[in-house]
Design a binder for this molecule. Structure first.
Ligand code: SF4
Length: 197
């Protein structure tokens, strides 16, 4: 497994009614419409590939509680821009890397349609552990090639680093305060879930 993976969410045309997306039309996230179209296709293809393997996600939400599971979610800059601009408003403040601001009180992801590759490929299902790096590597390679083809910055970095920068750019509205109360969830150490790595 590569270090990137190891350390490692559709919207329609929004550039105006009746205006067909074109590869050169910038999106609210600063990404070309053509790139976004291919990124969505990549995510769809990953979903199809995963369906072949059938990994089970018990929806424990454990993989999104990064510090609790000694784990860092890395993602590329274009994916971070897609997530920040396409996901609903974050539910919680951005902390120093312990949790994801899109995980709700029940441990569920509220940014599923915009979640990055790292979230999509990660499963605790023991039967998928061998295949996960293979599938992950293949799609990470494809994502990188796509990013390069459009001349976009790769900048693979932890989620909270990406979000702080995008918050400063005004791409996403985020409260940067540390959570004031204890974690609103109850840790579940008995079941699997969906990456971060
Ligand atoms: S799946 Fe990814 S985007 Fe969704 S809550 Fe978990 S870490 Fe955040």
């Amino acid at each position: 497994m590569s270090n990137e993976l190891e350390h490692a969410l559709a919207f329609g045309p929004s550039q105006g009614e009746g205006v067909a997306p074109s590869p050169s039309t910038p999106s609210p996230a600063g990404l070309p419409a053509g790139f976004l179209e291919e990124l969505r296709q990549l995510y769809d293809d990953l979903g199809i590939e995963l369906a072949k393997w059938g990994p089970v996600c018990a929806l424990s939400g454990r993989c999104c509680r990064f510090h609790e599971f000694d784990h860092v979610l890395f993602l590329s800059e274009p994916e971070a821009r897609f997530l920040a601009s396409e996901a609903p408003a974050p539910l919680r403040p951005l902390d120093a890397g312990a949790t994801c601001p899109w995980q709700d009180d029940r441990g569920r992801c509220q940014a599923r349609q915009a979640r990055p590759l790292g979230c999509r490929i990660s499963f605790c299902d023991p039967s998928f552990q061998e295949a996960m790096p293979v599938v992950g590597e293949a799609f990470l390679k494809r994502l990188k090639a796509l990013t390069m083809r459009y001349g976009l910055a790769w900048n693979y970095a932890p989620l909270h680093h990406q979000l702080r920068r995008l918050r400063d750019e005004g791409v996403v509205q985020l409260d940067l305060e540390e959570p004031r109360s204890p974690k609103p969830w109850v840790a579940d150490h008995s079941a699997p879930s969906g990456l971060s790595a």
